[in-house]
Design a protein around this ligand. Structure first.
Ligand SMILES: [Zn+2]
Ligand SMILES: [Zn+2]
Length: 202
């Protein structure tokens, strides 16, 4: 059984759980979607998007140039700089997660100052665990794109796809459109990275 949850978004509303519709079960975080034959105990979610949208051509059978996922140096797999790979962070109690504090002078002028206890409202230790906003709780530095076809694939998505049995990806896609991939028991799409690959080797 494929770990559908690993393709869901960690916090974004209707993308946090897989859903079934029209004979299929889907899992997506909006940048990647996998589709398998309907799993009977996974219900539909009326808020989930329509994945038969025209921008997603489910024509995987008509493509013949599937190949291996791009390989890369494991050294490129860096921990997220924001959470240092912790994945989960705590909300700062000093600023209640705002990242800033407000003060008034005796003349009544308001000052906004950055909270000194945290980084953008999050701290590394404490209660109220929340997924890291930078890496969506993956712990992976997302600034790394791996060259593929005429674009780049986010390294965190290759890591997710890698575990799919018999995974193969096609280099054919419309400009800025998603790449098709197939695996034993299903298929899916992954969006190319729009931003150019930011080198992260220090
Ligand atoms: Zn992170
Ligand atoms: Zn704070």
């Amino acid at each position: 059984m494929i770990d559908l949850k690993s393709f869901c978004h960690i916090s974004r509303g209707y993308f946090t759980e897989p859903w079934s519709r029209g004979g299929y079960t889907y899992a997506s975080d909006s940048k990647i979607v996998v589709r398998i034959i309907e799993v009977k105990d996974i219900p539909d979610n009326e808020l989930s998007p329509d994945m038969t949208d025209i921008r997603l051509p489910w024509d995987h059978d008509s493509i013949t140039d599937y190949g291996q996922l791009p390989e890369y140096d494991p050294a490129l797999l860096k921990p997220c700089g924001f959470c240092k790979g912790l994945k989960m962070l705590a909300v700062c109690q000093e600023c209640k997660g705002d990242g800033v504090l407000y003060f008034y002078s005796s003349a009544g002028t308001e000052y906004e100052v950055n909270c000194k206890e945290c980084k953008e409202g999050y701290v590394h230790q404490g209660e109220d665990s929340a997924p890291c906003p930078d890496c969506d709780g993956s712990g992976i530095n997302k600034d790394v794109g791996i060259p593929f076809s005429d674009a780049f694939l986010g390294i965190e998505y290759i890591e997710k796809m890698k575990v799919l049995p018999g995974i193969k990806i096609s280099p054919t896609h419309r400009h800025e459109g998603p790449f098709r991939f197939i695996f034993d028991g299903g298929c899916g799409f992954v969006m190319p990275r729009k931003v150019i690959w930011k080198e992260v080797i220090e």
